[in-house]
Design a protein around this ligand. Structure first.
Ligand SMILES: C[S@@+](CC[C@H](N)C(=O)[O-])C[C@H]1O[C@@H](n2cnc3c(N)ncnc32)[C@H](O)[C@@H]1O
Length: 475
């Protein structure tokens, strides 16, 4: 995949970045998984619509690391590659964990990707690595190995407040670290674009200004210009009450990204976020007139950016299936990813949390405007060529779950007399004046043509409002 700016890429950032040219990016901000041993779930319905969405939960991304064959291979490769920039750090970590560990698995995963990012940076470029105290001290060693210790510019501490628990036996952990490294000896730092007001008392100002302190005009100018911020930044986390909050786990505040981008890049520069989540970096870059590129391995994250955060833009998307052949390829190679992708082709549907044990249901939605007990929509995805028995079984799942509607999603159009009979047998549903089939056939072929599924209006899985987003054939 060629590098295109102002575009989103779906996939593992390592694979996406590999074909891109050396020295092509001005600023990289990454907020990767932290080795926090957590599976980040999106609990749809957080907040005031909670009661409506207790059914719909999905994993956004996993941050659990194990020592497995892949990890062993990654570490062995870097240990053999004496010219790999992460070779010194990974060899040292291996001495600490001679029999492997989840941490070593995580660090070797990050090493492969950070080395690739270093290659992409222009000589005047910078990289900001956002992490927390779980593995931050190891990541800094890794960064020293890849960039050289002399390229370390700052450790920014982003601190915030939040509730603890009365029985805590340690201080309340409320900060993240952001390591700034420059690629070369000169770098962009727009001090005047990020100055903040002085909070100093008169005494301190007097010391700073010496004899000028008596000049009221000078004091005013001095105060107005403001100061370059210290390396600790107190900023609120993206609060649930704010419009900015999109419900994506680990979402970062816009103000944090705006400060980093304003300080370390110029308008027209290229800003890359290889772990872009719900697109905070993209939003901040767009507002500050930088060109940007976002990559994420989760189709859900990409949809949140396209359908919610940046819904007023037509954002080109790379790496998602654009034709039937690519969709079939995804279905064969990564069936669970395909399932999640296929489900999210219908705005309003949320895919399942887990791969198995779904009793024939791969995703759920609620019809807007009906009482919850009558509003359930379910969907099942078939990546291969299904037989009529599978469709009959799904009709049974609709009844067994008292669902209002069930959508059977296939790759190709499927419209035989047997299918029609099955649809007729499942009956119809009235919503207002309109009547809908209870068993709905939908296909990726139709989605790619731009046709939407013939369904009653669905509620947005997080806000409960009617889902307005259009199906996009390019998505
Ligand atoms: C901590 S979140 C980023 C949150 C983001 N800063 C925001 O404000 O929304 C990490 C993201 O990295 C993504 N991710 C994990 N492994 C990845 C990989 N190998 N390539 C691309 N994205 C990945 C996850 O899906 C997740 O969205």
């Amino acid at each position: 995949m060629n590098m295109k700016t102002n575009s989103l890429y779906y996939g593992d950032c390592l694979e996406v970045m590999k074909p891109w040219p050396d020295k092509s990016v001005d600023l990289i901000y990454l907020d990767p998984p932290f080795n926090s041993k957590v599976k980040y779930n999106v609990l749809f319905g957080a907040g005031k619509h909670e009661e409506k969405y207790d059914l719909a939960q999905m994993t956004a991304f996993s941050d659990v690391w194990e020592w497995d064959i892949d990890a062993e291979q990654r570490v062995a490769n870097i240990e053999r590659a004496i010219a790999h920039p992460a070779h010194p750090a990974i060899s040292a970590f291996r001495m600490l964990y001679p029999h492997g560990s989840g941490l070593l698995s995580y660090l070797s995963y990050m090493a492969e990707r950070i080395a690739e990012m270093r290659r992409l940076l222009k000589p005047s470029g910078s990289l900001f690595l956002h992490c927390d105290p779980t593995a931050g001290h190891y990541l800094k060693l890794l960064m020293d190995s890849v960039f050289g210790g002399a390229s370390f510019r700052n450790e920014i501490i982003w601190c915030y407040t939040g509730p603890g628990s009365p029985n805590m036996r340690q201080f309340n952990r409320k900060h993240d670290s952001i390591f700034w490294y420059s690629a070369g000896k000169t770098w962009t730092f727009n001090a005047d674009d990020v100055r903040v007001p002085y909070t100093d008392e008169k005494q301190t100002l007097r010391k700073r200004m010496g004899e000028k302190f008596d000049d009221a005009e000078e004091i005013k100018k001095y105060r107005e210009r403001g100061k370059i911020p210290e390396t600790w930044w107190q900023m609120r986390i993206a609060p649930r009450s704010k419009k900015e909050y999109l419900g994506y786990p680990t979402q970062k505040p816009l103000a944090l990204l705006q400060r980093i981008i304003a300080a370390a890049s110029n308008p027209g520069d290229i800003v890359l976020d290889p772990f872009c989540g719900c697109g905070t970096t993209i939003d901040a870059s767009h507002r500050l007139r930088r060109d940007w590129i976002g990559i994420d391995i989760s189709s859900y994250a990409i949809e949140v950016i396209r359908r919610e955060r940046m819904k007023d833009l037509e954002i080109p998307l790379e790496g998602m299936p654009r034709d039937l052949e690519a969709a079939r390829h995804l279905a064969q190679g990564k069936p669970f990813e395909f399932e999640k992708w296929a489900i999210t082709r219908i705005p309003g549907f949320a895919p399942n949390t887990v791969q198995r044990g779904d009793s024939g249901i791969d995703g759920r939605a609620l019809i807007y405007g009906l009482p919850k007990a009558d509003a359930l929509c379910i969907a099942q995805v078939k990546g291969g060529k299904p037989g009529i028995d599978a469709l009959r079984a799904f009709a049974g799942v609709i009844d067994a779950n008292s669902a209002a509607v069930g959508v059977f999603i296939t790759l190709n159009e499927w419209d035989t007399p047997e299918v029609k009979k099955c649809i007729a047998g499942a009956g119809t549903l009235k919503v207002g004046a309109a009547s809908y089939n209870r068993l709905v056939m939908y296909s990726i072929e139709r989605h790619l043509r731009g046709d939407s599924a013939p369904l009653p209006p669905l509620a947005h899985p997080r806000t409960g409002l009617p889902f307005q987003a259009e199906l996009r054939a390019s998505g």
